[in-house]
Design a protein around this ligand. Sequence first.
Ligand code: ATP
Length: 385
Amino acid sequence: MASISMKNIVKKYGDGFPAVNDVSIDIADGEFVILVGPSGCGKSTLLRMIVGLEDITSGDMMIGDRKVNDLAPRDRNLAMVFQNYALYPHLTVFENIAFPLRLAGASDSEVTEKVNAASKTLELDEHLQRKPGNLSGGQRQRVAMGRAIVRDADAFLFDEPLSNLDAKLRGQMRSEISRLQKRLGITTVYVTHDQTEAMTLGDRVAVLKRGILQQLASPRQLYTNPGNLFVAGFIGSPPMNFLPAKVSGTSVELPFGTVQIPQDKADKVSGAAANGLLMAGIRPEHFEDAAVVDAAREGSTFRAKVDVVEWLGNEAYAYIPFEAPDEVRGQLEQLERDLDGESLRTQLVVSLDGTSRIAEGDEAEIWVDSSKMHLFDPATGENLT
Ligand code: ATP
């Protein structure tokens, strides 16, 4: 197995905007790293440059301590698992897994030994004589991984392997990949546009936008401490709410009223706040129906007219319309485009406990944990808190 190190990787197709723009990522031996971002952000291009299916315009690609920029894909000893698994339909599971060994001229006894060992690990031993057409999606995925295991590949590379599956199967496959990766301890790079996959699978997640690495961090860090507006809006569902904020000391004036933030947050933004409006970011779950919040719990309350309530049993989402003022409208519109069209400008989404009695049309009292509020520089998008 091996580490993978990308140093200032650039990919240009023709004269246009770089598809990958100065990306540096160090992946440790055995680590599971996700490349995530909206369509066209360059994640597949980056993966293809690791495997060698795409030339690198500039920068260094290292696998272990070998520079592989000019190595052919077959000499990089990596195993790519594609969306359609690329299995041979006319060959049995055994022969599909054995394929790379046969290609390398391995003896029959070596083939049998390695295929048996891999199929045990992957719990495929009962299916070795079947053809791929008779396997479930999950089993096919495991055959594709088996092919990688028998080769003793240095790393697994996955390109959106689950995007053709329905939601239920996707969930099962996700936990299966995670379990196998942990068991095998093999370095893994996994491309997806699905933030749930990114958050549940990776040790670390690299968020990309238009070829530029936005943040590389653990799922928890990305969620609790997003580096900028884009990451904050991309990670989390329903997405974080963004609201124009006038900050003065520890008071933050939002479209619904004024809330208080802790002194340390106020100190961090005092310079930027002096220049005008900031952008506040508050996740839906940091709101609550004031009637169900313990009165001793610190936070702020405000009154707002609730437009729609979606009750889901254990929780409910309330939608509260608002109009973003001109000063931040452009920034929010840009963010909506970057995030593929979420309606960030026009409504606040708040999560309520399932026991809440707030109903559509109510002028409700809403509580907010303002200590969890992020404040962003609206011009650069940087998280100041
Ligand atoms: P998706 O999720 O839609 O596959 P992605 O994030 O994987 O998107 P890439 O496929 O890496 O994005 O593409 C990044 C950018 O490079 C896009 O703007 C795309 O149009 C461009 N691009 C990709 N391949 C080529 C190519 N062979 N020639 C020219 N431009 C390309």
